[in-house]
Design a binder for this molecule. Structure first.
Ligand code: ZN
Length: 295
C-alpha cells in the first residue's frame, strides 16, 4: 500500500521581475466573519463570498522575499504565534524554501499590525528572528504605535493586539531601524505610502528593466468584497475614509498601468492583475509558471 500524503507541500512561489526574484512565502491563513467590515451592506458581502464559494472570510497571510543585487529582503514577517494556529508558519516555509533568516539583510514592513510584524521576534527568548536584518518602516508607524496618548484612546483589544504587540515585536530592532517617508528603500524597491489602514501603511513597488510589481500590502483584506465595493473597509482601519481613498487610488493606478500586483491578503500565491468592471474591479490571478524566465 502506498501511503497517502497527509500534509500540504510548502507554500512558496517565485516570480521574476526583470533581474529581481520575488518569492511569495505563505504564513498560513486566518478565518473570520464579516462583522469586522465597515461601509458595506453585509448581506451583499455575504452573497459575494457565497458566489465565490468561500465558506468564510478566509484571509491568506503572505510575505514576500526579494532577491536583488546580491541582497535579500523580506516584506513583512507573518503573524508569529499571536493570532490563530492556521497562521504563523512563515519560518517553516522559509526553511522549506532553503532560506536562512540570518541571510536576510532587510525587513521591510508594510505596517505594524500583528499579521505583518508579529513574526519579527521570538518572545519566548526575546531573540530577533531576523538576526542580521535592518528594520525599514514608514516613520508614521512607530510614531503612532508608540504614542501613549493614542494607545489610551484605543479599546482593550487594539491596545493589546496592535499597540503592545507592535511595540514588543519592534523594540529588539531599535538600534537597527531605518525610517522612511518615501523613495527607494532597497535596491529596485520604492516605498509607495498608501496611508489610512494605518498611519504609515506603505506599498512597495519592485521595478527592474520594463517589469514592475506592486506589493500593495493591506489595500484589501477581503478581496471578493473590496474589489466589488472599493469603499468597503475594516473596523481596524485607523482611518476608514483615508484607507478607502488610498485603496481607490491604488486600484486606479494598477489598473491604468496594468501593473502586476501582490498583496499580503490576496489568496496565495497572490500574483494577480486588477481589471475594471464598470464601477467595480475584479482580480485576475496569474497562471502558474515553473520557468522563472518565462513571463
Ligand atoms: Zn493585514
Amino acid at each position: 500500500m502506498t501511503p497517502q500524503p497527509t500534509q500540504q507541500i510548502p507554500g512558496v512561489y517565485r516570480r521574476k521581475i526583470g533581474d529581481i526574484v520575488v518569492t511569495a512565502i505563505s504564513d498560513g491563513y486566518l478565518d473570520g466573519d464579516l462583522n469586522v467590515m465597515r461601509n458595506v451592506d453585509l448581506e451583499k458581502a455575504h452573497q459575494l463570498l457565497r458566489e465565490a464559494f468561500r465558506p468564510a472570510r478566509r484571509t491568506s497571510v503572505n510575505a514576500f522575499l526579494i532577491h536583488s543585487k546580491g541582497r535579500m529582503a523580506i516584506v513583512d514577517t507573518g503573524s508569529g504565534n499571536y493570532l490563530l494556529p492556521t497562521a504563523g508558519i512563515l519560518q517553516r516555509n522559509l526553511a522549506a524554501a532553503g532560506i536562512d533568516p540570518k541571510s536576510i539583510d532587510t525587513v521591510l514592513l508594510t505596517h505594524m499590525h500583528p499579521d505583518h510584524s508579529a513574526g519579527l521576534t521570538d518572545m519566548s527568548t526575546g531573540e530577533r528572528l531576523f538576526q542580521n536584518a535592518e528594520l525599514v518602516i514608514h516613520e508614521n508607524e512607530p510614531a503612532h504605535w508608540f504614542d501613549d496618548g493614542a494607545m489610551a484612546k484605543a479599546d482593550e483589544r487594539s491596545r493589546k493586539l496592535y499597540f503592545l504587540a507592535g511595540r514588543e515585536q519592534v523594540t529588539p530592532y531599535k538600534d537597527r531601524t531605518r525610517l522612511f517617508r518615501q523613495g527607494e528603500v532597497f535596491p529596485g524597491v520604492t516605498a509607495v505610502p498608501s496611508l489610512g489602514h494605518t498611519p504609515g501603511h506603505t506599498a512597495f513597488l519592485v521595478a527592474s528593466g520594463n517589469d514592475q510589481l506592486m506589493i500593495w500590502g493591506d489595500t484589501v483584506h477581503v478581496p471578493e468584497v473590496q474589489t466589488a465595493f472599493p469603499e468597503a473597509g475594516m473596523a481596524f482601519d485607523t482611518d476608514l475614509a483615508a484607507a478607502a481613498a488610498s485603496r481607490k487610488r491604488m486600484f486606479d493606478r494598477v489598473c491604468a498601468d496594468g501593473i502586476l500586483i501582490a498583496g499580503m491578503h490576496l489568496h496565495f500565491p497572490a500574483f494577480s492583475r486588477l481589471a475594471r468592471r464598470g464601477d467595480a474591479y475584479a482580480l485576475c490571478s496569474e497562471a502558474w509558471i515553473h520557468d522563472l524566465d518565462a513571463i
